[in-house]
Write a protein that binds this ligand. Structure first.
Ligand code: FAD
Length: 387
């Protein structure tokens, strides 16, 4: 498979990298401490076209193919130090705009996509519940048909962008007796009667990406706001996960590269025992291993992105997600060690990257769940889609 990038792809990568270095590299520490979403950063991303990258031009996006998006977002992640902002942008893109593009009616696309692509509105995706996470489709939320639409009842949690979202994709079953086959997706505007959005508990990392609990108490959703057909929720969810697992962590590839570059620089300058620490073989090999791990995550991400152009059934999305999130944790942990006491300071910011990376091993399905799905696709287990 040829991943030689065209001049246009390289130019887009460089443009987003330069943009992020220039406009998204401010000190995230105080916002992170206050768990504040960066509205200004969001608007800058919107103005740069980040929030509609894969969506066709006719719906207000830029119409870039998934591989181009992956490469572009890697550049963004290299320059931007606010991983939470990029998590919010990723959830918005891959778990809201893309499913609306793929499964929405002409009217839904016309009404929702231009504003989402322009960042005037924000999207979110709500499937996880107190009783269902990895086994996402065993959800309990129910959708009862009523006059002119549906009444949704249940609770969702850990919904990234929940507190700031304008439109949320919410999953509920039209008949608990049907198991996962009854699951149906709905587009819920944040001001629907019966929807309460409550900020969720403080989290360890990705603190600038706000998340929420949803309480659905006879929440009225008009029939024309169902996303896809009744009982098509499993397909909507599976396609969403294929896109999200392939591409949500693409910015993290850039963040890892930035950190490895910094390790190389530090190892070339810091002297102990009369020599540069990069001259110690154990240090040099440790950094070499970081780059090898990053390259494998990068190639899996490109491969997963390339597969999306044909199908959402490939096993590469799960492999990319698993490898990238695990590589990120190893990279930032190792970078702390390599920097010694300085690496352990909050000022260095590496511990923040590490806390952010820990969350990526859980979101879009835990590492164990990715292995379960990969095993299932290899014919070893029943498999599942997982959240
Ligand atoms: C940063 C972040 C952002 C998130 N954003 C969203 C969002 O926007 N929308 C949303 O709906 N949800 C979101 N989530 C929720 C996320 O999808 C779930 O937390 C995740 O799927 C795990 O579910 P759980 O927390 O219920 O854990 P559980 O499913 O209860 O898992 C607990 C433990 O059991 C293990 N386990 C479970 N099943 C198996 C198995 N078959 N084999 C081996 N081990 C297993 C898990 O790996 C884990 O270690 C987010 C989570 C995080 C951390």
């Amino acid at each position: 498979m040829d991943f030689t990038f065209s001049d246009e792809q390289v130019a887009l990568h460089r443009r987003l990298r330069d943009f992020a270095t220039r406009e998204l590299a401010d000190d995230v520490a105080s916002r992170e401490q206050a768990q504040e979403f960066w509205w200004d950063g969001w608007k800058r991303c919107a103005a740069e076209g980040v929030l509609g990258l894969p969506i066709p031009v006719e719906h207000g996006g830029s119409g870039h193919d998934p591989v181009t998006c992956a490469h572009a977002l890697e550049g963004l992640g290299y320059g931007c130090r606010d991983n939470g902002l990029l998590m919010s942008a990723g959830a918005h893109l891959w778990a809201a705009a893309v499913p609306i593009w793929k499964f929405g009616s002409a009217r839904q696309k016309q009404r929702l996509l231009p504003d989402l692509c322009a960042g005037r509105t924000i999207g979110a995706h709500a499937i996880t519940e107190p009783g269902s996470g990895s086994d996402a489709l065993s959800l309990r939320a129910q959708a009862r048909r009523g006059s002119g639409g549906y009444l949704l009842n249940g609770r969702k949690r850990f919904v990234t962008n929940g507190p700031i979202a304008d439109v949320l994709i919410v999953y509920a079953t039209i008949d608990p007796g049907l198991g996962f086959t009854g699951v149906t997706a709905f587009l819920v505007d944040r001001d629907r009667p019966g929807l309460r959005i409550e900020p969720d508990r403080a989290k360890s990392g990705l603190r600038t990406a706000p998340w929420a609990e949803l309480v659905l108490d006879d929440c009225e959703v008009p029939a024309d706001m169902r996303l896809g057909a009744e009982k098509q929720g499993r397909a909507v969810f599976a396609a969403t996960m294929a896109w999200e697992r392939a591409l949500l962590l693409a910015p993290l590839l850039g963040a890892m590269q930035r950190q490895i570059d910094e390790c190389v620089r530090f190892a070339g300058q810091r002297r102990q025992f009369g020599r540069r620490i990069g001259g110690f073989q154990s240090v040099a090999h440790t950094i070499a291993d970081l780059q090898v791990r990053l390259e494998s995550a990068r190639l899996l991400t490109y491969r997963a992105a390339a597969e999306l152009a044909h199908s959402t059934d490939s096993v590469f999305s799960e492999m990319a997600k698993l490898q990238t999130s695990e590589a990120a944790v190893r990279t930032f942990l190792t970078a702390i060690d390599l920097h010694g006491g300085q690496g352990y300071t909050t000022e260095a910011g590496i511990e923040r990257d590490l806390r952010d990376a820990l969350g990526t091993r859980i979101s879009s399905g835990t590492s164990a769940l990715q292995r379960e799905v990969i095993a299932g696709k290899l014919g070893l287990r029943s498999g599942g889609t997982g959240a």
